[in-house]
Write a protein that binds this ligand. Structure first.
Ligand code: ADP
Ligand code: ASP
Ligand code: MG
Length: 432
């Protein structure tokens, strides 16, 4: 059921629709549950939906900053800690907020019960620290919706690997994925991701004050924006929403609980009436660049370089190969996450005799700035305009990649804001 339809729908119609019973998942992120007062505010948002007659499952994150603190404690205890114990520690942040929200709801007269990931259960792979959800058994919470009129308050981010019985976590930002996956499992009519901004913007509104809120954004574009750095939604949550057709909104928990705004709907491309060429600009900090100088230019060399990196679980992103003057050797440049920089260099040194190169050079403090838009499919020269605009600002481009609906440039991190703002204006995204 379409709960927050286009603005064209008139107010009496909206009022009418709000009274039709439906099943919702409401997810609240870290800043929305940062302290007891905010948790009380969340309880008011939940109360509004319960009072309207809806069945509600709430998914909560840890209080803001909590997960970072827990991660730091693990590192302090031992830099090379056991991944299973890391999950046991970091999952605890969500356990606390789920219990606290259930208490706050009960305090205002709403039946509520908290659930940890293993209690539902949310079954995952055993990739500790970034486990994938495999299945969710939502029967018990659904039964309680009808039998007890009970709100389920579910700790996000957590799961369990059934064969070992160990707690897992879904990767940073994973509560978004918990929420969308639960919505799919219990066949919810809608999944509302409440956060500290009132929707998905053309770029991070904290970096570009002229960013505009989007009424709608297509799944494919959201997927690219999330994977290219817009952390408003975890990438996997968008994948799950797309595959399971979960109607997902991003909206603000800071709105008046009595008068909430609809936020941004993530939807099919066909449901967007006015498609822009470029919909948004994303950026990812913490990129590092590695250059191998004078690699012998013969078949099998790329495999000799990238296989050991893949085996070490290091994600290689942009790759550029340049034939050098002597034509028998080549320079190969690629990017890895900054966090893997030293490890990647170590792996390559180890494989030096098989690869055969003269030297390794590296650069840190880089950022990848990307422009995303389905309209790029049918428009030529979109990226070329960006290269010109960046050059006019004196920004040097170290690497470029393009695909059907996006292009990315690698630049020095010092130019992040200038580059993002330049592209934002260039493609007409600035608000009036
Ligand atoms: P939560 O704790 O609620 O999960 P996050 O911090 O994970 O919230 O995500 C929300 C943040 O995402 C916003 O505060 C904003 O700074 C950032 N963000 C980055 N890109 C975008 C974008 N395109 N639209 C909206 N927010 C964005
Ligand atoms: N608390 C976890 C994190 O900070 C999960 C989430 O907030 O979505 O990454
Ligand atoms: Mg988040």
């Amino acid at each position: 059921m379409n709960f927050w339809p286009d603005r064209k729908v008139c107010e009496p119609q909206l009022k009418e629709m709000r009274h039709i019973m439906s099943r919702l998942v409401m997810k609240f992120g870290g800043t929305s549950v940062a302290n007891i007062e905010r948790i009380r505010n969340v309880a008011q948002h939940v109360k509004r939906e319960v009072d309207a007659g809806h069945q509600v499952a709430v998914v909560v994150s840890a209080m803001s900053g909590k997960t970072n603190e827990l991660v730091a404690w693990c590192r302090e205890a031992s830099p090379l800690h056991d991944a299973r114990e890391y999950d046991a520690v970091v999952a605890s942040g969500e356990t606390v907020t789920a219990g606290l929200l259930a208490i706050a709801l009960q305090d205002i007269g709403i039946q509520a019960r908290s659930w940890q990931g293993w209690q539902i259960p949310i079954l995952t792979s055993d990739a500790h620290g970034s486990a994938r959800i495999e299945s969710i058994h939502g029967d018990e919470i659904v039964k309680r919706f009808t039998e007890r009129k009970e709100v389920a308050v579910i700790a996000g981010f957590q799961g369990i690997h059934a064969p070992t019985g160990r707690i897992t976590t879904l990767g940073r930002g994973g509560s978004d994925t918990s929420a969308v996956a639960i919505a799919a499992a219990i066949k919810a009519d809608r999944c509302d991701i409440y956060t500290d901004v009132d929707g998905v913007y053309t770029t991070d509104p904290r970096v570009v004050p002229k960013a505009r809120r989007l009424e709608r954004v297509a799944f494919e574009e959201m997927l690219e924006m999330a994977s290219l750095g817009a952390k408003v939604l975890q990438v996997r949550s968008v994948e799950v929403a797309m595959v399971h057709k979960v109607k997902t909104f991003v909206r603000s928990s800071f709105d008046d609980p009595a008068n909430p705004q609809p936020g941004t709907l993530i939807c099919d491309e066909e449901d967007i009436l006015e498609q822009q060429v470029v919909t948004g600009i994303a950026f990812a900090r913490d990129e590092a660049q590695i250059t191998l100088r004078r690699v012998s230019d013969k078949p099998g060399v790329a495999a000799a370089i990238f296989m050991p990196l893949a085996e070490a679980n290091i994600n290689v992103d942009m790759i550029i190969q340049v034939v050098s003057d002597d034509t028998t050797t080549t320079d190969l440049t690629f990017t890895v996450p900054a966090i893997d920089f030293e490890r990647a260099k170590g792996v390559l040194e180890k494989a030096r005799s098989e690869i055969g190169f003269a030297s390794i050079q590296g650069a840190m403090d880089l950022v990848k700035v990307s422009a995303i838009g389905i309209g790029m499919r049918s428009h030529a020269g979109v990226a070329a305009r960006a290269f010109k605009a960046l050059a006019e600002k004196g920004i040097n481009i170290r690497a470029i990649t393009t695909s059907e609906i996006k292009f990315s440039v690698l630049i020095d991190a010092a130019y992040t804001e200038l580059a993002v703002r330049t592209l934002h204006s260039l493609y007409g995204l600035d608000k009036a």
